[in-house]
Design a protein around this ligand. Structure first.
Ligand SMILES: O=C(O)CNC(=O)[C@H](CS)NC(=O)CCC(=O)C(=O)O
Length: 290
């Protein structure tokens, strides 16, 4: 574990098939977290929608809780029992504005091993995507966009930068987190099969290579309900861009050691972050292109 000489921190990535049944989902997630803790992981990652995947908007909104609700209380107990950090990537959160907006936040919560909530990042890029006849998502119809990027958090595995799923398509947020000190970027996800098979791994590897961070991506897999199937392929990429861990099909775990000496070597050898030309990119992130 961190601090013990010679031993690198181990992280665990959980892959699950969430359904609309919160109780079943908690049982499945808790089983994986306990297994990961027994194997010596210090930080365990759960995907977007670890709490549930609703079968329609009404159900999704109806099942949502606040950050102080029962479900996150149980996860805090789990973190304490197991003595692990928990990245809960994509909790359906009823925020304080619920009574007025009737929309939720897609909230990535980080718990420390005392069960304390040390960060909450609300998804800033919402997935409104329409592939004719194949994929139709309009996350903004039931979700409010988060207002800010959250500074990376120190964990025993390294400084962790929080994003969620569709954020993966925006290199700007990964570079902002990298600049703010991130050593690990994490993208808990529920990708579609269509977009996942084309884009998932290449996007994750690109984010790792350009930011020179570890990238950890816990994913939903398989059939969440009658009308939804998720791509899976949870994985960990190192700062060189190599896939160092990957889940097989179906629910399960994969593990990776985080080697920050290696990360620093990669950053020394190809110092892209001191070669940047911010004088040239002024408006690249500025807004809609023609
Ligand atoms: O709605 C929930 O309950 C949980 N949230 C999601 O599943 C979100 C919003 S619909 N899914 C994605 O962002 C998929 C992105 C994707 O597939 C891509 O970028 O290609």
């Amino acid at each position: 574990m961190a601090g013990s000489p010679g031993l690198k921190p181990l992280v665990a990535v959980c892959q699950v098939t969430s359904t609309p049944d919160k109780e079943l989902n908690f049982t499945a997630c808790a089983g994986l977290v306990r297994e990961a803790a027994q194997r010596g992981a210090c930080l365990v990652f759960l995907p977007e929608g670890f709490d549930y995947i609703g079968s329609d908007t009404v159900e999704t909104l109806g099942l949502a809780e606040s950050l102080d609700g029962d479900l996150l209380g149980r996860y805090a107990g789990l973190a304490r029992d197991c003595g692990v950090w928990l990245s809960l990537g994509g909790f359906h959160e009823r925020g304080r504005d619920w009574p007025t907006t009737q929309r939720i936040y897609n909230c990535h919560v980080l718990l420390d091993p005392t069960g304390c909530r040390v960060a909450a990042y609300r998804k800033t890029h919402l997935c409104d995507v329409e592939l004719e006849g194949r994929v139709s998502m309009k996350e903004s119809s039931f979700t409010n966009p988060g207002p800010e990027i959250v500074p990376p958090v120190s964990t025993p595995a390294g400084k962790l930068g929080l994003s969620i799923c569709y954020d993966l398509r925006f290199p700007e947020i990964s570079l902002a987190l990298r600049r703010a000190g991130a050593e690990i970027l994490t993208y808990p996800s529920a990708f579609t099969v269509t977009t996942g098979s084309a884009h998932w791994e290449v996007l994750l590897r690109a984010r790792a290579i350009e930011s020179q961070c570890y990238v950890v991506a816990a994913a939903q897999t398989g059939k969440n309900h009658e009308r939804r199937t998720s791509y899976g392929h949870s994985l960990v990429v190192d700062p060189w861009g190599s896939v160092v861990a990957q889940c097989r099909e179906g629910p399960g775990l994969c593990y990776a050691e985080i080697d920050l000496d290696y990360l620093h070597r990669v950053r020394r050898e190809i110092p892209v972050h001191s070669h940047r030309r911010p004088d040239l990119y002024g408006t690249v992130a500025a807004g809609p292109a023609p």
